[in-house]
Design a protein around this ligand. Structure first.
Ligand SMILES: [Zn+2]
Length: 413
């Protein structure tokens, strides 16, 4: 099958004008100029851009049920309290989780996202839906265990990993939630377990400025938050270190780890992350909604860190579209090149999640996961990067060479 369009953007090499992609049995077998690739195209998308499917490196699909029901603002902990209150008032049930994850998957695919790093509090239910979908990626089981709940650690670690049906398109990962919800010993236990079973890791780290006071001295707003939750006890250790240094000492900065946010980092932290080879998932619109200090993703890129893009959940972000995030970045950072922007939203995400040899770029041999984005007729001559100026969603999305189906109608095992 051949598909063509005015531009093909492979990401691992320069864009091709009048390009084509040849797909066989779900894989890309050739990418190049339409003139040089013989055969009649199954589809000629005309004034459009064919690019790799987008990678949402950090999201929580099961929170899609809270879409638009709590608004983020400068007080992160107030938002967290509202979130927890809502989860308590409407506890997760199999049906609610299935519904939310299904809605999240449908929204992802419609926006051109073909791979996710998804964190779930209820792996047993989320994975029933995710594994039946065509999305690729990692399902991270979330682990929280602090204070009076520290003894739940091993049970939660088992739950995060417990799966006897692993799928080729979906890996199982572990997410020690954050340094204010897992103690250093628990963080280390997650890292060791991940090491043993070669599982990807994800942690919310240095998300707010207050986190440092908590990891160093066990004081400040996060200590009060834990008291409010009723889980505080005097045995929670003071590490005497900032969150990134603590993550390093608990073996959480390795290549297998995606750090969500890293909003408050020093030069030394950037060096620590670069030295460990962890990836950073920057969530541009969620970052803005919480009114954080400017993100240092450009310093991170300059230090050689693999910076990828996430949306976070619909409890803090208006959509699950990585293309929307990239368009936001383009508006905010006019000097970033289109190549840099699209790489963060595709190949870097695949690298972070351990799928770089499977997808993330239009490369011969990789799976044919791609998005087709229309160009406004008036902009088409201006180059492929005008997809960032337009507001149009993709007109087609392929996963493993198949046009995506309406997953809300797919049966759940
Ligand atoms: Zn998150």
């Amino acid at each position: 099958m051949i598909i063509k369009a005015r531009y093909v953007v492979p990401v691992d090499r320069p864009a091709i004008e009048d390009g084509a992609v040849v797909i066989e049995r779900g894989r890309i077998v050739a990418v190049g100029s339409a003139r040089e690739l013989p055969g009649r195209p199954a589809e000629d998308y005309g004034d459009a851009v064919i690019c790799p499917g987008f990678v949402n490196a950090h999201t929580h699909l099961d929170l899609s049920r809270l879409a638009g029901r709590i608004s983020p603002g400068p007080d992160f902990i107030a938002w967290l309290r509202r979130l927890m209150a809502m989860i308590t008032a409407e506890p997760a049930t199999r049906q609610r989780v299935h519904q939310a994850v299904r809605a999240g998957i449908a929204q992802s695919l419609e926006s051109g996202v073909t791979m996710v790093g998804d964190i779930t509090r209820t792996p047993q239910w989320t994975r029933q839906v995710l594994s039946a979908s065509s999305l690729r990626g990692v399902s991270f089981g979330e682990v929280t265990a602090i204070g009076t709940r520290r003894q739940l650690l091993s049970e939660r670690l088992d739950a995060a990993l417990a799966e006897d049906w692993l799928y080729e398109h979906m890996k199982i990962g572990i997410s020690p939630h954050a340094p204010y919800s897992v103690e250093p010993a628990g963080m280390r236990a997650c890292a060791e377990r991940a090491d043993k079973c070669n599982a990807p890791l994800c942690i919310h780290l240095a998300e707010t400025a207050d986190e440092e006071r908590f990891t160093r001295e066990c004081e400040g707003p996060f200590a009060d938050y834990l008291r409010g939750l009723g889980v505080w006890d005097e045995l929670i250790p003071k590490s005497g270190r900032g969150p990134v240094e603590l993550a390093k000492r608990t073996a959480l900065l390795g290549k297998r780890t995606t750090i969500a946010h890293a909003n408050y980092v020093t030069d030394a932290d950037i060096n620590r992350i670069a030295a460990g080879s962890a990836s950073v998932a920057y969530c541009p619109r969620t970052h803005r909604a919480f009114e954080h200090a400017p993100h240092r993703f450009r310093d991170m890129l300059a230090a050689g860190i693999n910076v990828c893009i996430g949306t976070d959940s619909l409890a803090s972000n208006p959509s699950l579209s990585i293309l929307d995030e990239l368009r936001f970045l383009r508006r905010e950072h006019a000097d970033l090149t289109a190549d840099e922007i699209i790489a963060m939203g595709t190949l870097h995400g695949a690298r972070a999640l351990g799928f770089a040899d499977v997808a993330g770029s239009l490369t011969t041999g990789k799976m044919a996961d791609l998005a087709v984005i229309p160009l406004d007729a008036s902009n088409a001559a201006a180059g492929w990067n005008s997809i960032f100026e337009s507001r149009q969603p993709p007109i087609a999305v392929y996963v493993s060479g198949e046009l995506h189906r309406n997953i809300s109608e797919e049966p759940v095992r």
